[in-house]
Design a protein around this ligand. Structure first.
Ligand SMILES: [Zn+2]
Ligand SMILES: [Zn+2]
Length: 215
């Protein structure tokens, strides 16, 4: 499985494109495009690599991670896949935009077309992304784990040297710590972590040095 990352919008959200080299089947994860330049950067990449977008997945439904959903749904005719526990956040996108003072952006409510639950597998060619439920940053946060290519996309649960904030509606600090410890730190240490913001890291590096898990 191949993976490419983009950094979009003023929150610096990492949008990932994951694809199978043989079939060119691809998934877009957390489309954060907020303007024409960002939308065309993504679309050009997809064209250049001749990708067939077959999945649109959100790790969670905070506004910064969903700004490009409408574009991807229209352009590539794919439904939104996310965890239903974040449905209320999708409905409240315009309230979220106001809360973060996003001027000139009035997003419509975003509904989840396909509910993703723990253990679901999203196939691209011969490999898959496995859904790992990691609530705490938001009630419906998920990570996407590719065991064959040894990487995990962690959304805003786990960052390089940090973890997601839990002071937003639906956040729960202890739940987030438990999610990371039991569901992410149990992955093989060589697993590369692609977070929702900032630089990649690895499970081994975070279990050894993440300041939120010092023994
Ligand atoms: Zn978030
Ligand atoms: Zn975020």
């Amino acid at each position: 499985m191949k993976i490419a990352s983009f950094e979009f919008n003023l929150f610096g959200v990492k949008t990932y494109v994951v694809w199978d080299e043989k079939t060119h089947h691809a998934a877009i994860i957390d489309p954060g495009m907020s303007d024409e330049n960002e939308r065309s950067a993504l679309a050009q990449f997809i064209n250049r690599h001749n990708l067939k977008i077959s999945h649109l997945i959100n790790t969670h439904l905070h506004i910064d991670h969903t700004l490009g959903n409408d574009f991807v749904m229209e352009e590539y005719a794919v439904p939104t896949e996310a965890c239903n526990a974040d449905a209320a956040l999708g409905m409240a996108r315009s309230a979220q935009a106001q809360m973060f003072h996003l001027r000139g952006i009035a997003p419509s409510p975003l509904s989840i077309d396909h509910n993703l639950v723990d253990g679901d597998k999203i196939w691209l060619g011969d490999e898959y992304l496995e859904v790992i439920y990691v609530p705490g940053h938001s009630p419906g946060s998920i990570a996407l784990y590719c065991p064959q290519s040894k990487f995990v996309i962690t959304g805003d649960a786990l960052f390089n040297g940090s973890i997601g904030r839990t002071d937003l509606p639906g956040g729960n600090h202890q739940q987030l710590l438990d999610s990371i410890r039991t569901r992410l730190f149990s992955l093989p240490p060589e697993t590369i972590v692609y977070p929702g913001h900032g630089a990649p890291t690895s499970i081994g590096h975070e279990t050894g040095s993440n300041p939120f898990f010092r023994r």
